[in-house]
Design a protein around this ligand. Sequence first.
Ligand code: UDP
Length: 235
Amino acid sequence: MEPRYKRIVLKLSGEAMAGEKGIGIDSSTVRLFAREIKRISEAGVETCIVVGGGNFWRGRDSKDMDRATSDYMGMLGTVMNALALQDALEQMDVVTRVMTAIEMKQVAEPYIRRRAIRHLEKGRVVIFSGGIGNPYFSTDTTAALRAAEIDAEVILLAKKGTDGIYDSDPNINADAVKFDSLSYFDILSKNLKIMDSTATSLCMENDIPLIVFGIDISENIFDAAMGKELGTCVK
Ligand code: UDP
C-alpha cells in the first residue's frame, strides 16, 4: 500500500497504554501498538509519537495539590510511557529516539526541534515525552504544537473506547451519530470534547488535519497512517 503521508504525528493517550488494566502499562498492548508503528515506519512514513500520561497521573485530578506540581507529575508519567514504547519498538528492531520536553539527559535526549527533524529524516521513530514541558497544558496540545513545529501533514489521534467523533456520547445515547468529517470551528462551536480548546485552536490556526479513530483495533493505527478513511477527519 502506498502511504498517503510523508510525516505524521501519532498521539497515543496514556489510557491506551494501560490496555484493559486501566492504569499503569500493559506490555502486551504496548507491543501491539509497537507492531503497527513498525509497519508504518517500514512503509517509509516519518513517524513521531506523542504519548500521554493519564494512565499514571492527570494534573487536574488532584484537587488538594498545587496544580503546577501535580501537572509536573503528569509530565513525568508520560516519560515512563515513552520508555515503555521505546523498549517495545527496539525489541522489534525499530530505531527510536525518546525526546523529553523537560531535561533529563541520563534518560533521554532533550527536545531540540532540528534534531527531531534530523532523526525523522534518518528514518528513526521519535517519541516526544514530557508534554510541552509546562504545566496547565495537555499532551493533545503537545501533539498540535510538535506537528506544527516539525511540519507534519496530519495528527492521528488514537482513542480508546470510541471510533470517531459523535454528536453525543455513544455510550450514553444509542442514537448518537458519528461524523465522517468536521471543521475545527465545529468542534469549538459545538463544544465537542475531543481535544482541549488550546489544542484545537493550534490545529485550526496552523491548518493541521486531524484523524480521530479507535485504537481498540490496533491495526487501525497502520491503516490511518496509510490514509485509509476511518474515524472522523477534522480540517
Ligand atoms: N501535562 C502538562 N503539560 C503538558 C502535557 C501534560 O502539565 O504539556 C500534564 C497534565 O497534568 C496532564 C498529564 O501531564 O494531565 C498527562 O497528560 P494528558 O492528560 O494529556 O495525558 P492523556 O490524557 O493523553 O493520557
